[in-house]
Design a protein around this ligand. Structure first.
Ligand code: ZN
Length: 425
């Protein structure tokens, strides 16, 4: 018996390490982050849509969102948790509170020769995409984040933010460098609009479709700007050609922006756009069978509620008649204040009293006051213009989805992905 044990030890220890390791069960991962999306957004959206959403059928659990520095996280710390498996302070991009760089799931995927992609509707240098590809102590240095993202050689980069890639003399924010030219030298095909994206050749594509953030879905120029679903479909068509598999992060960036402005109509329309992207991802995963799709918000924005104002009622379905964001409506009102009432009615189909119009026109943040007034009419509540600390729903489809069930930490998201893909994070 002793001999057998000894022999086993010798044989086992002489085997290469990977024989001991579990075989990866997932080839591709699509991590989808609806920024600012909590259960209240999910419920309001279901009523707005009139039936269950695509996400509803994929619900597996909830995620805790707090950061190392606060019970109420920002997008940088929440993203860092979901990219590195470690919590950090608000504002920090994939660095520890002590400012040490922390490896991201995208970097770990690259180590295993996976193809990679980031697809967003904010600037590509914004907090959520940045945490996967950059390491900076402050999220606000988007001009420092842009060159770091390019250095990662990510195959597909799609979103907004041209100005962070261009030099000051061309209207950009880089002191001297033209990062678009540098990207082209590195083998990227640069595309500035929807049509050129559809025709883009080559393995590496940099698509920047706006100077800053892309448009809210309510106001998107459908000829010029691709939708989130268009960009997701494009990314999947390219990344799936890679034999070693891929890691793709898709962010519905505008839901959070809407929440900061208390703009419920903007939020609903961008959840719809996000849902269409989820549908594309799940369709791909269904056919592929080796792809895991994980959908999870990074935090709640605005303390949104279904109902409010001491009434047992809520009418999110009436948001269908709001045709523009509050920001755009108030820009038009600013040109013609006498007709404020008629302009607001034209875009929202909601009649406001003289007193309400007056308080909107006198407000410091006119669009937020307009949006809050509309939300009040529809009995949708807001408690903050920043984030709140509630748990967020988590959805998953594909092999390994069981790991994400129950109440998990946001840091578990990349740790589980790494385990399933056989990556070292
Ligand atoms: Zn966020």
């Amino acid at each position: 018996m002793k001999k057998i044990v000894a022999l086993c030890i010798i044989v086992c220890c002489s085997l290469p390490l990977n024989v001991h390791a579990e075989q990866p069960v997932v080839k591709n991962v699509i991590l989808m982050i609806p920024d600012g999306f909590s259960a209240a957004y999910a419920t309001n959206y279901r009523w707005y849509k009139g039936r269950e959403s695509v996400m509803d059928s994929l619900l597996v659990g909830m995620a805790r969102t707090y950061s190392a520095s606060s019970k109420v996280t920002d997008s940088a710390a929440a993203g860092t948790a979901m990219a590195t498996g470690r919590k950090t302070n608000n504002g920090m991009i994939s660095m520890s509170p002590e400012e040490e760089k922390m490896k991201t799931i995208l970097e770990a995927a690259k180590e295993k020769n996976k193809a990679t992609g980031l697809v967003v509707t904010a600037t590509i240098t914004h907090a959520t995409p940045a945490v996967f590809a950059a390491h900076v102590p402050s999220r606000w240095k988007e001009e420092d984040i842009a060159p770091q993202i390019l250095d990662q050689d990510i195959d597909i980069l799609l979103g907004g933010g041209t100005s962070y890639f261009l030099p000051v003399k061309e209207g950009g924010k880089q002191a001297k460098r033209n990062l678009i030219e540098e990207a082209e030298k590195k083998g990227y095909n640069f595309v500035p609009n929807k049509q050129m994206l559809q025709e883009a050749k080559g393995q590496k594509v940099l698509g920047l479709f706006a100077k800053g953030d892309m448009s809210p879905e309510l106001e998107r120029n459908v000829e010029q700007e691709p939708s989130l679903a268009d960009m997701t479909t494009f990314a999947l068509s390219r990344l799936s050609q890679h034999e070693q598999g891929f890691f793709l992060m898709v962010e519905g960036s505008q839901i959070d922006k809407a929440g900061h402005h208390h703009d419920a109509a903007w939020a609903m329309k961008d959840i719809e756009a996000f849902e269409q992207a989820v549908e594309k991802a799940v369709q791909f995963a269904k056919e592929d069978k080796h792809t895991l799709v994980v959908v999870v918000g990074d935090h709640d924005t605005g303390g949104f509620s279904v109902g409010g104002y001491d009434k047992y009622e809520a009418n999110p379905e009436l948001l269908h008649s709001v045709k523009k964001t509050g920001k755009t409506i108030m820009k038009e009102v600013a040109q013609d204040k006498k007709n404020a009432e008629a302009i607001i009615k034209r875009y929202t189909n909601i009649s406001l009293s003289k007193k309400e119009i007056q308080s909107i026109l006198q407000a410091k943040k006119e669009d937020i006051t307009l949006n809050t007034t509309i939300s009040k009419k529809l009995l949708l509540g807001w408690t903050s213009t920043v984030h709140t600390g509630v748990d967020v729903p988590l959805y998953a489809y594909g092999p390994g989805k069981e790991l994400f069930g129950g109440l998990i930490q946001n840091t578990d998201v990349p740790l589980h992905i790494a385990k399933l893909m056989g990556l070292s994070l």
